[in-house]
Design a protein around this ligand. Structure first.
Ligand SMILES: [Fe+2]
Length: 298
């Protein structure tokens, strides 16, 4: 079994700054990393799928390095539209997998039973993403090199439509030729993305494609045709992908102060475990109705 943790859209800030003047992202990232560090077993690796820093400054990447430092497993970084490639590379020179002297930070991870390809989808200074001819050629060469190896493709920008109009107006450029390429390579078991700050799954180009939640704020779900782009302080979450040699199974893991766990057999609280920090609190069944996450978000 290979356990892959995917964290996305951290939007880390230089100390003292808030994302959009609202979200104090650094403590939320710290809480999520602490949560990840308590998992047993530990992930084999962590993939951070873009928007690592909110403004991509050296000070933000220095903070990111500090926030990630408790993790003991290998970490693979990808840029998102909020990142600055040069600053990211200069801050993480020990991450030797990051390619040098290239126009995009795409790379492969070949050390695990499932192959992972990280496709850089950013267009500098723009929010929307792009898979241009150069990146398409890179991806095709990668896929042709190991056609029989199960492959998980990570991108920051999802190439698929979501049904939410304001998200789909900025769909990644080049998604059609990308779909044609992916459809010719059935070894691609999944495309897993960030950017949208929501958990979304769909069938796309003959595989399963998804976007993952953010470690900080989430995009508001609004299918109204004229809905503006907005965010909400829904609970942070990350993904755990489990590769079993047979299939890729993905779990959404919420981070926050949640009550429980309770035994199904008798409704009693179980011996406290680290992942449920409220386990020592009075039973939620006999106290005020605390909706999930309320302790953190009010
Ligand atoms: Fe983001």
């Amino acid at each position: 079994m290979t356990l892959i943790a995917q964290i996305s859209d951290l939007h880390v800030q230089a100390p003292g700054q808030l994302a959009y003047g609202i979200v104090d992202t650094n403590p939320l990232v710290a809480e999520a990393i602490a949560h990840l560090s308590k998992l047993n077993p530990q992930p084999d690796l962590v993939v951070a799928s873009g928007d690592l820093a909110h403004h991509g400054t050296p000070a933000a990447y220095a903070m990111l390095a500090t926030l990630l430092s408790p993790l003991q497993c290998p970490i693979y970084l990808m840029p998102g539209n909020h990142d600055q490639r040069d600053n990211l590379q200069q801050a993480f020179t020990t991450h030797t997998y990051l390619p040098k002297d290239t126009t995009h930070l795409s790379y492969g991870v070949e050390d695990y039973p499932i192959r992972m390809l990280m496709l850089d989808s950013i267009t500098p200074q723009q929010g929307g993403g792009c898979v241009d001819a150069e990146r398409l050629v890179w991806l095709e060469q990668q896929l042709l090199a190991r056609p029989n190896t199960p492959t998980l493709l990570f991108m920051h920008h999802p190439p698929f439509a979501t049904g939410i109009p304001w998200m789909d107006r900025k769909r990644v450029q080049g998604h059609q030729p990308l779909a044609e390429l992916i459809s010719q390579h059935p070894q691609v078991k999944r495309i897993s993305c960030g950017h949208l700050h929501r958990t979304i799954y769909t069938d796309w180009a003959g595989t399963v494609a998804s976007s993952q939640p953010s470690l900080v704020h989430q995009s508001a779900m609004d299918f109204a045709p004229n809905a503006p782009s907005q965010f909400a302080l829904e609970p942070p979450a990350y993904q755990l992908h489990v590769w079993t040699q047979e299939s890729l199974i993905s779990h959404t893991v919420f981070v926050g102060q949640f009550d429980g766990p309770y035994r199904f057999a008798d409704g009693k609280k179980v011996v406290p475990i680290d992942l449920y920090p409220l386990a020592n609190a009075p039973s939620a069944l006999t106290t005020a109705k605390t909706s999930w996450g309320s302790a953190r978000w009010v």
